[in-house]
Ligand binder design. Structure first.
Ligand code: NIG
Ligand code: FE
Length: 410
């Protein structure tokens, strides 16, 4: 039993994403206790009522700060080799992301690295980075492949995710992103790569049970809406749920496609159109916004977070942790950016990294809330007021983390 928290932010309510105005309605309890039974939360409520809930001895853990449901980072590209410092420097000199990619940097640089790097090395690099995400409070982390772009190198990334998922305190949710870019050897025959994805890579990934979802970088110059539809339809046929990098830099109808396919999420959306906003608002697809990416790329624009919520959409926030566009391992920093860059209220930001992020991964039934029956993933922040977690910009206030009912090593 956890007691003594100054506040407990429960996010309790229905087991589904919050949309529109609901995003700002979160429950905050004072003088509350959280009862844990095994890996689940058994009860949360006023400390004075514990006796009526539970007869017999209880192990009390006194905590100091504010308790939240474990944060959920629903979009990362966490398995990669070296940082891309040359890209970063070229951008400082005014060269933009797509020009850097066209000149051989960008995603393909990380692809060369991952293809050549032994699995054990990739695993060691990834272990340290995911541990940093966990230390920032992310108890569930989605991790994409996408720096292999050939079957064996994609499987290598997915195996690293599986191995670390069994070892680390956090839950890792693997996504196949073989459609992150067209690999160099298929540049003059891109239709063949789409066919390879649909007929060989997706079936193999699904057969090996190494991914739950399939994602596509749907963007002019990368994969078209038509190609993305083809790939994601194949993924669904093989039992994978689907997600999309949609309308990130230039709008092309990715959000509409996500809604059409019943995708779990449409991610990025900095260039979403008005019809795209309406399509998401009318669908169950979660809009996953990644404000750190636009900041790191030096862009002045951001996804229209406020307009999406006002239109009635469900919005989640994530780091997009990756070596090219978002090398941050702090979800709390992204929460700060949610307020300052997207115009979200503190409560909306908390909903965006808990319940709605769970929904973006298809996990809303038992993650993202401090409520009876939910997985006992919790975060303690060393603050007095819950809003401070999004306030102390770039300063991690997370002081303890529990997953499946057990304290994670610091
Ligand atoms: O989400 N947009 C595509 N993928 C990443 C960037 C990956 C990279 O540059 O390595 C993103 O921003
Ligand atoms: Fe991404």
């Amino acid at each position: 039993m956890l007691v003594g928290a100054r506040q407990v932010v429960t996010c309790r309510g229905p087991a589904r994403a919050r949309r529109g105005r609901e995003m700002a309605e979160i429950e905050v309890l004072r003088d509350a206790a959280v009862l844990i039974d095994g890996d689940r939360i058994a009860w949360v409520g006023p400390r004075a009522d514990v006796g009526a809930q539970h007869a017999g001895p209880l192990r009390e853990v006194e905590v100091n700060g504010v308790l939240f449901p474990g944060f959920i980072d629903c979009h990362t590209h966490g398995v990669f080799g070296a940082p891309r410092l040359d890209d970063h420097e070229r951008r400082a000199l005014g060269v933009d992301y797509r020009a850097i990619a066209a000149a051989g940097g960008g995603i393909l640089q990380s692809v060369r690295d991952v293809r050549a790097r032994p699995e054990a090395e990739l695993e060691a690099l990834t272990r340290a980075r995911l541990a940093a995400l966990l230390a920032g409070g992310s108890t569930t982390i989605e991790v994409k492949s996408g720096y292999g772009l050939e079957l064996e190198a994609e499987l290598k990334q997915l195996r690293v995710i599986k191995t670390l998922g069994e070892e680390l305190c956090a839950t890792l949710v693997p996504t196949f992103l073989g459609a992150h870019e067209v690999p160099p050897e298929y540049r003059s025959k891109r239709a063949d790569y789409v066919q390879l994805l649909c007929e060989e890579m997706i079936p193999a990934v699904s057969r090996e049970g190494l991914a739950r979802s399939c994602d596509v970088f749907c963007e002019p110059g990368v994969f078209s809406v038509q190609e993305s539809r083809q790939i994601l339809t194949a993924a669904r046929r093989h039992g994978l749920t689907v997600k999309l990098h949609a309308d990130e830099l230039e709008g092309s109808g990715g959000a509409e496609l996500a809604a059409e396919l019943g995708a779990l999420s449409a991610d990025h959306l900095a260039a979403i159109s008005d019809p795209g906003i309406r399509a998401l608002a009318a669908s169950d697809t979660v809009a996953v916004l990644l404000p750190a990416t636009m900041i790191f790329l030096g862009k002045r624009s951001q996804a229209p977070g406020r307009r999406l919520i006002d239109a009635g959409a469900a919005v989640a926030l994530a780091t997009d942790f990756n070596p090219g566009t978002s090398p941050t391992m702090s979800l709390p920093l992204v929460m700060t950016l949610g307020v300052s860059q997207l115009g979200l209220r503190h409560a909306e930001v908390v909903t965006g990294v808990t319940i709605n992020a769970a929904a973006a991964l298809g996990l809303a039934a038992d993650r993202g809330q401090i409520a009876a029956g939910y997985v006992a993933d919790l975060v303690l922040a060393a603050v007095d007021d819950w809003r401070e977690v999004a306030y102390w910009m770039g300063t991690d206030v997370v002081s303890a983390v529990w997953t499946a009912g057990s304290a994670c090593p610091a």
